[in-house]
Design a protein around this ligand. Structure first.
Ligand code: ADP
Ligand code: ADP
Length: 225
């Protein structure tokens, strides 16, 4: 479990300021929601934490250490996307094992970890299916499994439920929250859905036009511009 702190972070694309003096502290094990309308800079901030974007000003601290120059693969960050990004030609098992194989973990460790995480997300019986043979919710579970199996220090979720229909979205909120509780991972959940933020997160912040507007308990309702 790690803490994450952004201090005076600014990021521009050319002359467009996308993040403006963002200050934020997320506690170890906290489930934090980042809420805001489309184009407000949520993905940019998430990709910055993952190391795919670079800020021009400010500091990004994990457990008090500045990780600004650390490349993505050395950050130990797991990210889940809206579109899942699963390998269509590979089985569920191989999709989940992929990151461990890349890390050259032993066959025994891979078997144990993949087995355990598929159990955790309720997909033990689907290990030999391909993503195309699964429902949207099941595919999202595979994406989560594949990410948490590498035991990241930070879990970043970029609108992971947006592609699901309403009913499934509500069910997956619960699953997401339970999974986060079980693993105790410091988690940032990006969403434009206030209800989703309030029903899953411990605290939330609203980002608007690159400015972090409010940080608080995930209970109140906010006015969207
Ligand atoms: P959100 O995730 O809240 O929808 P984004 O972080 O994706 O917002 O985008 C914030 C702003 O930054 C948008 O105005 C978007 O057009 C701009 N932006 C994002 N990525 C790039 C890029 N690679 N080059 C230029 N502008 C970008
Ligand atoms: P390159 O192809 O130059 O190595 P990146 O490493 O930045 O580029 O990755 C390309 C894209 O793949 C990124 O924009 C990101 O969306 C995705 N990606 C790659 N690795 C990861 C990862 N470990 N976690 C999340 N997304 C990743």
């Amino acid at each position: 479990k790690v803490s994450l702190e952004a201090r005076h972070i600014s990021l521009s694309y050319g002359s467009t300021e996308v993040l403006r003096d963002v200050n934020l502290r997320i506690e170890p094990g906290e489930f934090f929601a980042l809420l805001g309308p489309s184009g407000s800079g949520k993905s940019t901030l998430l990709r910055l934490i993952a190391g795919f974007n670079q800020h021009q000003r400010g500091e990004l601290l994990v457990d008090g250490q500045d990780i600004t120059g650390t490349p993505p693969h050395a950050r130990n960050v797991g990210m889940v996307f809206q579109n899942y990004a699963l390998w269509p030609h590979m089985t569920v098992w191989d999709n989940v094992a992929f990151g461990l194989v890349e890390r050259r973990e032993t066959k025994e460790a891979i078997r144990r970890k993949v087995g355990a995480v598929l159990e955790l997300v309720g997909l033990a019986d689907y290990a030999q299916r391909r993503p195309g043979q699964l429902s949207g919710g099941q595919q999202q579970r595979v994406a989560l499994a594949r990410t948490v199996v590498i035991e990241p220090k930070l879990l970043l979720l970029d609108e992971p439920l947006s592609n699901l229909d309403k009913q499934l979205r509500v069910q997956m909120r619960e699953e997401l929250k339970n999974l986060q509780r079980k693993l105790g991972l410091t988690t940032i959940f990006v969403t434009h859905d206030q209800e989703e933020a309030m029903t899953t997160a411990d605290r939330m912040a609203v980002l608007d036009k690159g400015i972090l507007q409010q940080v608080g308990a995930a209970t109140g309702l906010y006015d969207f511009p």
